[in-house]
Design a protein around this ligand. Structure first.
Ligand SMILES: NC(=O)C1=CN([C@@H]2O[C@H](COP(=O)(O)OP(=O)(O)OC[C@H]3O[C@@H](n4cnc5c(N)ncnc54)[C@H](O)[C@@H]3O)[C@@H](O)[C@H]2O)C=CC1
Ligand SMILES: O=C(CO)COP(=O)(O)O
Length: 341
């Protein structure tokens, strides 16, 4: 079914561009809002977004626009692909335009002062809107290059999930539905932290056993935290949990992994982030997650270890020593008394 009204994508970065193209390829008119008029003009003329997605042709049905009010007025379904640091400030001034709209967050981050996820911010701003999230193992470049990909749309609003599936599902992109918005969104935000650690491990030449240990213990840690926060642990076995964790921790295409890799090569955090020149949400998530885990008393040794290296002046060797010598734990938290009966 082709939408009668254009679909909005907010954000001129790599993921916004990749999703805008998918929607256009499925026959929909797309308004891609971005703040920078020069970028919009360049895309309009050259049909490419060279800063964020070089070499990918932008579909003719994607119209780059800079008038946010007009975009929100004209569109009923709106995908939000803004950095987490910008989402509230961009949308709050237009709250009255959002009532009744379908707002789907693609952003994988946590707000610093409030510890809110992006869809919770959307709810704050627009309590009358219909809200969902899209999350999964979705490296923007691979999506744009039509690598076979799957994702999850999550919302309590089943009709919204169905609509998102209808507009995005395509030859190379499968959209699964979930009712666990909180779990799906939390998975997407948390995995970024572990991708930094994974990138670092690779730069330091650590072996395959180490990488596997990191990913698996990361999943244990994420799930432990999520359960403490009220999420369903089973969600973490899906695409938006372990799926996204695997891709982000194993791909040099991930920006969070790239930051970790640069740190492992000896760059400072500032230099690593500057060299990247794109959003790496894991850096901010690490700060807020470390504080929250401490506040609620959840054991997250990988998060604490990375935080100690980046913000508390510990060396990597000190942290590795601490992690490896910590008291042995049980493998899987949720099996009663470690499965020994
Ligand atoms: N790139 C990817 O592979 C994926 C990214 N995401 C998530 O999507 C979100 C956006 O990431 P990307 O598109 O990758 O970012 P990006 O780094 O490619 O681009 C960021 C975009 O946000 C714009 N921006 C920054 N501050 C802004 C502000 N105050 N107002 C308006 N626009 C502003 C920039 O101009 C740029 O167009 C992030 O939360 C990320 O975790 C989710 C899945 C995949
Ligand atoms: O979320 C992503 C893949 O699913 C993209 O990860 P990065 O933000 O680390 O590039």
């Amino acid at each position: 079914m082709t939408e009668q009204r254009p679909i909005a994508v907010l954000g001129g970065g790599s993921f916004g561009t990749a999703v805008a193209n998918l929607l256009a390829e499925n026959g929909h008119a797309v308004r891609q809002w971005m703040r920078d008029p020069e970028q919009a003009e360049a895309i309009r003329v050259h049909r490419e977004n060279p800063r964020y997605l070089k070499g990918i042709k932008i579909h003719p049905a994607v119209e780059p626009v800079t008038d946010l009010l007009a975009t929100l007025t004209d569109c009923e379904l709106c995908f939000v692909a803004l950095p987490s640091s910008a989402l509230r400030s961009v949308l709050a001034p237009h709250a009255e335009r959002l009532a009744g709209k379908m707002l789907v967050s693609l952003t994988k981050g946590i707000e610093a002062q409030t510890f809110k996820l992006m869809s919770e911010i959307l709810e704050d701003i627009a309590p009358q809107a219909r809200i969902g999230v899209l999350s999964g193992p979705n490296l923007a470049r691979e999506v744009a290059e039509h690598a076979l990909t799957a994702t999850v749309v999550a919302s309590e609003d089943e009709a919204l999930c169905e609509r998102v599936q209808a507009v995005l599902h395509g030859r190379t992109f499968r959209v699964y539905a979930s009712g666990d918005r909180f779990g799906v969104e939390l998975g997407g935000a948390l995995k970024n932290v572990y991708a930094i650690i994974a990138g670092m491990a690779v730069a330091l030449g650590m072996g395959e056993n180490t990488k596997s240990m990191l990913i698996t213990r990361a999943l244990a840690e994420m799930t432990r935290f999520a359960v403490n926060q009220g999420a369903n642990p089973m969600t973490f076995l899906g695409l938006a949990g372990v799926g996204d964790l695997i891709v982000t921790c194993s791909s040099p295409k991930s920006r969070n992994y790239q930051v970790g890799f640069a740190l492992g090569q000896g760059l400072s955090l500032d230099d690593a982030v500057t060299r990247l020149g794109e959003v790496a949400e894991g850096v901010n998530t690490l700060k807020v997650l470390k504080a929250k885990a401490q506040e609620v008393g959840v054991y997250m040794p990988l998060v604490a270890g990375l935080h100690a290296i980046l913000f508390e002046g510990r060396t990597l060797n000190q942290v590795i020593e601490l992690l490896m010598r910590a008291e042995p734990k049980t493998d899987v938290d949720f099996i009663s008394t470690s499965g020994f009966n």
